[in-house]
Design a protein around this ligand. Structure first.
Ligand SMILES: *Cc1c(COP(=O)(O)O)cnc(C)c1O
Length: 433
């Protein structure tokens, strides 16, 4: 399958090039030329299939032309070694819990899948080592580092701002060792991102090292998130609730929801989508006005959604031919303040005894306010509430349980290299690795 750039100014590429390069030469995002619908018989029997079986059918539609069937199956089955249960919260609202993977957040699936697919391409081509650079404000670094841990032929450098990520998050990527190196940058998240960007632009560095990125612009990271939506539908069908399904996605960079929109294009019977934002409501404003006006992000308690210029908006536009009317027909929006998010976490805990994290709370609330009679809502619960322990405990006024997986990270020993925010230092370091 060939991939084109959303900016239409760069040559088409193969899947392998799209995965290795991440971003197109014209700075656009890669899109597959065709999105293959899945046959009706698949949707008719989807409720009899397991997560891995469903995901393999979806992965085959995306990647089957480029990856041998047995390899692709192994990649899918390895990636999805944990469940994604649908849990009933109220009469017509369900939570799809995406937090049962290694780092307890939904980015695990994309991170693991991309690591395995890139590993396959490296083995196949006998390529020299590939170096993944990833700047993180917390969650992305841990999912990517854990996904790539131990994958041969790949080394990961995680750049994170010193003193600006929580201890739990920091431990998830600084305690791993092996092929993962954590660089503790004396600066902000923006400085980390600037270092990564400068590294990709530097000719000398790129002639010495093969560099790639692993954020949600990469097709191998965002497309596998479509698996979630098919499995959500399968579980709704099992519960006899599949008619008029509405899926609500707490959104930041819009990678997750874009994967769901791909699913709908493949025939998945979802009636409509809701993109829920925090105060960084750029998409919500776009829906109201038809004008896309990015602006600097503001800090909120749902911090993984603090994005002021969502990268995957380019893919949403491309998918709907740039039509605001077509986008608005399938996606509606919502946006919440920190006070509203906190109120939702508290109320749902008190009334339903279900503990939301701040991101999932945005999703739940948009359904509570926006579901029409006869509709069933599913929100994606994108992270385990214990990842935001202090915030959540403050809101509900009770101590919460920390899952064993998180406790294990906390016991690990932090190892990181201090780095200045000066590109010359970062470059010198990479030239000598
Ligand atoms: C990354 C993230 C989001 C936002 O997902 P996008 O694909 O960037 O829209 C939401 N919640 C959590 C917990 C995240 O880590």
């Amino acid at each position: 399958m060939q991939y084109y750039s959303t900016n239409k100014q760069a040559p088409d590429v193969t899947l392998e090039e799209a995965v290795v390069k991440g971003l197109a030469a014209d700075k656009g995002l890669f899109m597959p030329f065709t999105i293959k619908p899945l046959p009706q018989e698949f949707y008719d029997s989807i409720d009899t299939l397991g997560f891995q079986e469903i995901a393999y059918r979806v992965a085959d539609a995306f990647f089957g032309e480029d990856v041998p069937a047995d390899t692709l199956k192994q990649i899918v089955y390895d990636t999805l070694s944990f469940d994604v249960p649908l849990v009933k919260v109220t009469e017509n609202i369900y939570s799809l819990e995406l937090f049962h993977g290694p780092t307890l957040a939904f980015k695990d699936v994309g991170g693991r899948f991309m690591a395995r697919l890139l590993g396959y391409f490296i083995r196949k081509e006998g390529k020299k080592q590939v170096n993944v650079l990833v700047a993180t404000s917390g969650d992305t670094g841990s999912a990517v580092a854990n996904g790539f841990l131990g994958v041969e032929g790949i080394h990961v450098y995680v750049l994170y701002p010193k003193g600006k990520v929580s201890e739990i998050q920091e431990k998830q990527f600084t305690t791993l060792g092996q092929n993962i190196t954590a660089l503790e940058v004396d600066g902000t998240f923006d400085d980390c991102q600037a270092l990564v960007k400068a590294a990709f632009m530097d000719k000398e560095l790129n002639s010495r090292l093969q560099l790639t990125s692993a954020n949600s612009i990469n097709v191998a990271r965002f497309l596998p998130q479509a698996f979630y939506y098919f499995y959500a539908y399968a579980q709704l069908k099992r519960a006899g609730k599949a008619a008029n399904a509405v899926i609500c996605v707490p959104s930041g960079n819009f990678g997750n929801i874009t994967a769901g929109l791909f699913g709908k294009r493949m025939g998945l019977p979802i009636k409509r989508f809701i993109a829920s934002n925090n105060r960084n409501d750029i998409f919500y404003q776009y829906l109201q006005t038809g004008i896309y006006a990015p602006r600097p992000s503001v800090a909120t308690i749902a911090n993984a959604m603090d994005v002021g210029d969502p990268s995957n908006f380019a893919r949403v536009l491309d998918l709907y031919g740039g039509s605001h009317a077509a986008i608005s027909a399938e996606i509606s929006g919502a946006a919440y303040t920190d006070e509203q998010i906190a109120e939702t976490v508290k109320n749902v805990w008190t009334d339903e005894h279900y503990l939301l994290d701040p991101h999932g709370a945005c999703g739940f609330r948009a359904l509570q306010e926006g579901l029409q009679p006869g509709e069933t809502g599913v929100f994606l619960e994108t992270a385990h509430p214990a990842k935001f322990k202090d915030t959540v405990e403050n809101i509900i006024g009770e101590a919460i349980q920390i899952p064993e997986k998180l406790q294990a990270f906390m016991r690990g020993e932090k190892k990181s290299l201090p780095m200045s925010k000066d590109f010359a230092d970062f470059k010198r370091y990479l030239m000598n690795v």
